[in-house]
Write a protein that binds this ligand. Structure first.
Ligand code: NAP
Length: 322
């Protein structure tokens, strides 16, 4: 599969490294807003082609799958460009800035019979099934609640603080926590209690979200763009609890007894970067003629986008749509 990268920024480098380690993927092309930048990137990571505009890259008939890695504010327009050029797409999280954009793009991908996937890597990682299996084994009993946090000092980054770049903790970090909660407790959410610490522009720098579920479980989520935090996920049950060490990229899963002693520890398989699973899932889905990845189907992309729309509405933060 000839893979192209749209945007030669920070996370594109990690995907470029990943492509080198995935047999089914070829590092084919990179497109950036300037040719110089694209050429530098192509040279560093061994891409065959470098293009000085996204449109030129998408006009190359050999490009098959495009990884979109621009700020969230630009995902809608960049995904659309790719689909209109007949390319399959794997787009970074958060998928778009709102659910309406996501629905429109998903409809377009279905109409064109092209794969459209969200690169929310935690959905594709082996740790997801490991967590499901540990819970299903009954070792922690019935899940009663969960908590998770994710914090990085990212407030110096333009795409985090600027409203016009769809800044904020929710779309950057909270999206992982909402996905974590959704994977652990897929029940209906019956009540949401939330509060955000916002800039003068309304951009959410820290979010506090409590989700109450139909079955009585509760999820407590904290995302923070102003400082570092443990990234710990704790899944609490009637018999014991499970800690997920780093919900952003689980490193270890540890079950503790009611006396808080370690009962079992599970190591995570070695990774290239962790992005190989989402990449391979796209390659496999395309080979099977599918328009979505089973690990993160379109219905789930829309579900999470709608959840984030409702949270921002509660805080009164409206992202300008481009
Ligand atoms: N999965 C993960 O672990 C992870 C981690 C970090 C970020 N992300 C996601 O990856 C995406 C990109 O994040 P990043 O940190 O890589 O971003 P970045 O380096 O700030 O920007 C990525 C690219 O977007 C374009 N760009 C940057 N600022 C722009 C602006 N003001 N207007 C128009 N285009 C602009 C540039 O493309 P050119 O190179 O063409 O100039 C830049 O190289 C985001 O969706 C983010 O949520 C994912």
């Amino acid at each position: 599969m000839n893979v192209a990268i749209l945007g030669a920024g920070v996370i594109s480098k990690k995907m470029a490294e990943t492509i080198r380690g995935v047999d089914a993927a070829t590092a084919y092309a990179v497109g950036a807003r300037t040719l110089e930048k694209a050429q530098g990137f192509a040279e560093e990571f061994g891409f065959e082609k470098a293009y000085g505009s996204y449109a030129e890259m998408l006009a190359d008939p050999a490009v098959e799958l495009v990884y979109v890695a621009t700020p969230m504010s630009h995902h809608y327009q960049h995904i659309k460009l790719c689909l209109e050029a007949g390319k399959h797409v794997l787009c970074e999280k958060s998928f778009t800035v709102n659910a309406a954009q996501a629905k429109e793009l998903i409809a377009l991908a279905c109409e064109k019979k092209l794969l459209l996937a969200e690169a929310i890597w935690t959905r594709y990682l082996p740790s997801r099934k490991m967590i499901d299996d540990i819970i299903a084994s009954g070792i922690i009993g019935e899940v009663t609640s969960l908590s998770a946090n994710l914090g990085y000092n990212n407030k110096f980054k333009e795409r985090i603080v600027k409203k016009e770049l769809a800044g904020g903790a929710l779309l950057d970090l909270g999206v992982y926590l909402l996905n974590f909660a959704r994977m652990v407790v897929p029940d209906e959410v019956t009540k949401v209690v939330t509060h955000a610490v916002q800039t003068e522009d309304g951009v959410d720098m820290q979010d506090f979200i409590t989700l109450h579920y139909q079955g009585g479980q509760v999820a407590s989520l904290h995302s923070d763009t102003t400082g570092y935090s443990s990234g710990l996920g704790s899944i609490n049950g009637t018999k014991a609890y499970l800690e997920v060490v780093d919900v952003n990229n689980p490193q270890k899963l540890v079950v503790y007894s009611r006396a808080r002693t370690v009962v079992a520890e599970y190591d995570i398989p070695e990774q290239i970067t962790g992005f190989e699973y989402e990449l391979q899932a796209c390659i496999d889905a395309i080979a099977a003629g599918q328009v979505e990845c089973e690990a993160m189907p379109h219905s789930e992309i829309i579900y999470i986008m709608e959840q984030m729309d409702a949270l921002r509405a509660a805080w009164g933060y409206e992202i300008p749509v481009m």
